[in-house]
Design a protein around this ligand. Structure first.
Ligand SMILES: C[S@@+](CC[C@H](N)C(=O)[O-])C[C@H]1O[C@@H](n2cnc3c(N)ncnc32)[C@H](O)[C@@H]1O
Length: 357
């Protein structure tokens, strides 16, 4: 479908019944197994009730911001909003790794187009690129509900898809706009048409995507904060601010259900998650997260182990310390499907085992 000239209002007409969906998105549906978890879940729910609706941030607002402020601040880190010169728009062959197996490794972080490595915790552009190429067609809609610096949307636009970016941090929203703005200028210079009509950027909570209708998205590509890792902004509802694993998982469940709602039947969710250690003990967050995704109704298609590179800082911290545990050098990319697509039955359904967490 040629989208040039179409307004996004036409593409995603706002159904007023959906506006009420967030509040109906009930706290009582948070399933938990013990008292601590129940109280954490209740707190997360209260935060959810307080959380406002997602708000579209138009390009004019970003331009106004950038004319007055030199940087976007995310979790105390100031990232300069200086012009970005896109030297090349395509990855080099050595940047692209093999994505045909269940182990992905990108030793060279992609730096094509307007990708930059200065946002703590951004994912390698090779990951959303591989998801977009494998699971969508040109003209399809990709959503990144925790967009950070906009890596997913840059790839979606480069590959001729539409993109919706959402983030709870206003700094991340501005940064996403900034990278897309300079990408649009670079594409125009190459003689392509305007791409502005192909992306929308929202400030808000991945757990309440009120402006995005049911079944309107083809691919959700998400990279939520890992539990116990980088702290992003201090916004209420930011998953990186969870004080316990239970609270993190309660918030995660809400975001998983929203991703499920907005995906079309047969649509795909690609989500990169990681484990951690607390007091030397391995915390298998990715296992709990997978159960939450299966609970939300998704069917698992792939589990990819993504090798982590550039772990110099972590190595340095532990170099001189005697330790009786291994350093975690991998993340998991779960690729799941919302059942009910063209294939009457999903090709494979992994059911959640009857465990309480
Ligand atoms: C790991 S970063 C994403 C990085 C991104 N993939 C990139 O390449 O730049 C996680 C992001 O999730 C955002 N976030 C955390 N909780 C959120 C929530 N409830 N709703 C929306 N965004 C959230 C944080 O502000 C942060 O920008």
């Amino acid at each position: 479908m040629n989208l040039q000239g179409n307004s996004f209002r036409e593409l995603f007409p706002v159904d007023s019944s959906l506006r009420r969906f967030g509040s109906k998105y009930a706290c009582h549906r948070v399933g938990v197994g013990n008292l601590a978890a129940a109280s954490a879940a209740l707190n997360a729910c209260k935060a959810d009730e307080r959380a406002g609706r997602v708000r579209e941030v138009p390009a004019e607002e970003y331009l106004d911001f950038a004319s007055k402020s030199r940087s976007a601040v995310i979790g105390g880190q100031a990232i300069p909003l200086e012009p970005i010169e896109a030297v090349r728009l395509e990855p080099l062959p050595e940047e692209l790794g093999d994505v045909s197996t269940t182990v992905w490794s990108f030793p060279k972080r992609g730096s094509w187009a307007t990708h930059r490595g200065d946002h703590r915790g951004n994912w390698a552009p090779q990951v959303p690129r591989a998801l977009i190429l494998r699971y969508t067609e040109p003209g399809d809609t990709v959503l990144d509900p925790m967009a950070g610096s906009g890596t997913t949307c840059i790839e979606a636009v480069l590959l001729g898809r539409k993109c919706i970016a959402v983030d709870i941090s206003y700094g991340a929203v501005v940064l996403t706009h900034h990278r897309l703005h300079h990408l649009a200028r670079a594409l125009e210079k190459r003689g392509g048409g305007s791409v502005e009509a192909r992306y929308r950027v929202f400030h808000g909570d991945a757990r309440r995507l009120d402006e995005i209708p049911d079944g309107s998205v083809d691919l959700v590509a998400a990279h939520p904060p890992h539990f116990g890792s980088v702290r992003y902004g201090g916004e209420e509802g930011d998953l990186s601010g969870a004080r316990s694993l239970e609270e993190h998982l309660a918030m995660f469940r809400q975001a998983a259900r929203e991703a499920y709602r907005v995906l079309r039947p047969g649509g795909v969710l690609g989500i990169l998650v990681g484990d951690t250690r607390v007091s030397r003990c391995y915390v298998p967050t990715t296992h709990y997260v997978l159960l939450a995704l299966l609970d939300a109704g998704f069917a698992l298609r792939e589990e990819v182990v993504k090798i982590q590179h550039n772990m110099k800082a972590t190595r340095e911290v532990w170099r001189r310390v005697r330790r009786d545990f291994l350093l975690i050098y991998h993340e998991k990319l779960f690729i799941l499907e919302k059942p009910g697509g063209a294939e009457a039955k999903p090709r494979c359904v992994v059911k959640r085992p009857p465990l309480k967490i």
